[in-house]
Write a protein that binds this ligand. Structure first.
Ligand code: SF4
Length: 349
């Protein structure tokens, strides 16, 4: 009798799950945008990405942001998918990835806004644990002073905190924060969290020419970072076309000088200034997967072309170009595909 009831409940649960799955997948605007990838990252290897905060809602509006201008500068965001909807989407995607013979290292919460704004973050992480992958969160640290945000982040295995500067003036110019944010609270919150967090903690600093690349800046920043309980302090330069055209990488000679200085002053610095050759993967739905990734950042033309050639999807790529859904741009002597926001305008190459 008991086993009959259990089987009946299991069947009902399966039916509900199938219906939910259908409705999630029928919403084209979210497809491959909330759950995206797999993507090869410089720090974590191959990851499955999650971007569950509302699109381009961020507490910062960084001049170097690769996702474009923040459309809603806020310290709060709704989730795009409920925790259970997200669970189903991730489950489907992981099955596709497995069928494709790939293996992801992490499930990574990162995207076109700050994942820490997602009010369901801890619930989502707890549910996704079932799949047995390590879980990482890249946050811009703007709300790290808040006890609830810290609690949510404690659920992750790996947290990366953005620390571009310790100067309030530079922070205002570079990160263009929400007016209610207080810089001092953020720096205190970072210090406090680094002492509490039991997983792997890293920091991320994006170096931008003439804004935070002076020796004084790096000297002060190194002093702050040396006090954190943190495994690695990563230094990057903008590798995608930025929101503001002036937000470019420091000159090679400046980077060389800073590199020497960081090695001397900081115990755990790693410079990731030269982007690796980007790889693009689609596990089945090439068009939606490419568009999902393009909603986060431009994608290198050579990596997409390599994929379509290997997987005989050239006609699908040509369709996207002919329909003016995507276009090609050049940045820093590299060619990228970007979303064509105004598809009726002529396409630049
Ligand atoms: S770079 Fe990150 S923190 Fe800055 S505006 Fe873009 S999404 Fe927000």
């Amino acid at each position: 009798m008991n086993s009959q009831i259990i089987t009946r409940f299991k069947n009902i649960a399966k039916k509900i799950s199938a219906k939910l799955e259908e409705s999630i997948l029928s919403d084209k605007s979210l497809k491959c945008k909330v759950v995206y990838g797999p993507v090869k990252t410089r720090r974590l290897g191959l990851v499955l990405g999650i971007n569950n905060a509302q699109s381009k809602t961020c507490s910062y509006n960084c001049v170097y942001c690769p996702s474009g201008k923040t459309s809603c500068c806020s310290t709060f965001s709704n989730s795009c998918l409920s925790p259970y909807e997200l669970y189903i989407s991730v489950k489907n995607k992981l099955e596709e990835i497995k069928r494709n013979g790939q293996k992801v290292e992490y499930i990574l919460f990162a995207g076109s806004g700050d994942p820490a704004l997602d009010p369901n973050l801890s619930k989502e992480i707890s549910l996704l644990r079932e799949f047995g992958y390590k879980i990482a969160v890249y946050t811009n640290s703007s709300l790290i002073w808040n006890e609830n945000i810290q609690e949510n982040l404690m659920f992750a295995d790996y947290v990366s905190l953005k620390v571009d500067t310790v100067s309030e003036n530079t922070w205002s110019k570079l990160n263009r924060p929400h007016p209610r944010l207080r810089f001092k609270h953020i720096l205190n919150g970072i210090e406090q969290f680094s002492k509490r967090f039991r997983g792997t903690l890293s920091t991320e600093t994006t170096l931008v020419k003439d804004i935070n690349d002076s020796t004084e800046e790096i000297h002060e920043l190194s002093n702050f970072l040396n006090n954190l309980k943190c495994k690695t302090s990563y230094f990057l330069t903008p590798s995608f076309p930025p929101t503001k055209s002036f937000a470019v990488s420091p000159e090679a000679s400046v980077l060389e000088q800073l590199s020497g200085m960081l090695k001397e002053k900081l115990k755990n610095a790693v410079l990731l200034c030269c982007p690796e050759t980007e790889e693009f993967f689609a596990t089945g739905d090439f068009e939606n997967e490419l568009m999902g990734l393009l909603s986060l950042h431009p994608v290198r033309v050579d990596s997409v072309k390599h994929f379509v050639k290997e997987n005989t999807k050239l006609d699908l790529l040509e369709n996207l170009i002919d329909n003016q859904t995507i276009k090609e741009i050049t940045y820093s002597e590299r060619n990228f595909y970007v979303e064509n926001i105004e598809p009726n305008l002529s396409v630049a190459s």
